[in-house]
Design a protein around this ligand. Sequence first.
Ligand code: 13P
Length: 283
Amino acid sequence: MKKVTLMEQFKSADEGGYAVPHFNFSDIWDLEAIVKGAEEMHAPVIAAALPKVNDALGMHVVGAMAKALAESAKVPVYLHLDHSTQVQVSQRACDENYSLVMLDASKETLEENIRRVKMVVDYARPRGVFVEGEIGMIKGRTEEGSYTEDDFLVRVEDAVELAEKSGLDILAVGIGTAHGFYQGRPEINFKRLAEVNEALGLPLVMHGGTGIPEEDVRRAIQNGINKVNVGTIIKYTYLSTVKEVLDREGPTIYTTELMLPAVNAVTEEVKRWIKTCMADGRA
Ligand code: 13P
């Protein structure tokens, strides 16, 4: 299988009117489900590890595990470091099979955000690795704490300045989405999204995918989103299936018999999201 670069993948997503789905994983089982779902749907896919997953398993192990699965996959599978707030961690991932690394300095001043993202870009570029930055705020809980204020909306001029001065490749934007489950329907500012897209001409990322209705995901794609991040529902599906089987069978069950139903359940969720992103049949 010929694997195009992730930026080429985003370009075809932009031209083809779909988004490349991003799924967070935490071990070999949910990673396997992500690859399986993508293969069954003939879709390109981004498998994303949070820094806490790398801290627990070791970045080298996570990188090697993803490389092994990606190499034997029938579709393009790209490894991504999600929500790293530390320049050195993002830089190190460039040497561990990551295709895309994030440097999230959205809580810092614009100048500091630019400075940190640029340090990662300068390291990543010669290594052929792409960089995601963030501007505006994603609401809800992340590893670094919660953001619940109202000042989340991306400012167009800030997005342009960050992109131009740092040289980043793709940009996550605060448009009203939140990490975790939503209380009620999310209020996405599609107008601001369209304005940023118009001003920037770079692939844009929508975080907080879990719980966004299909029509809103698609409307966001029409307005410039090329990557849709989905995490919470993957973890929830995985863990609730494990709990259900364990409650029923007890802890004398073989580990594989416990985990395979979870892999199957996550695979179905992955397939559903691939369809929502209209990425099916694109690989
Ligand atoms: P959810 O957990 O809300 O789906 O968001 C995932 C995400 O944005 C990861 O970067």
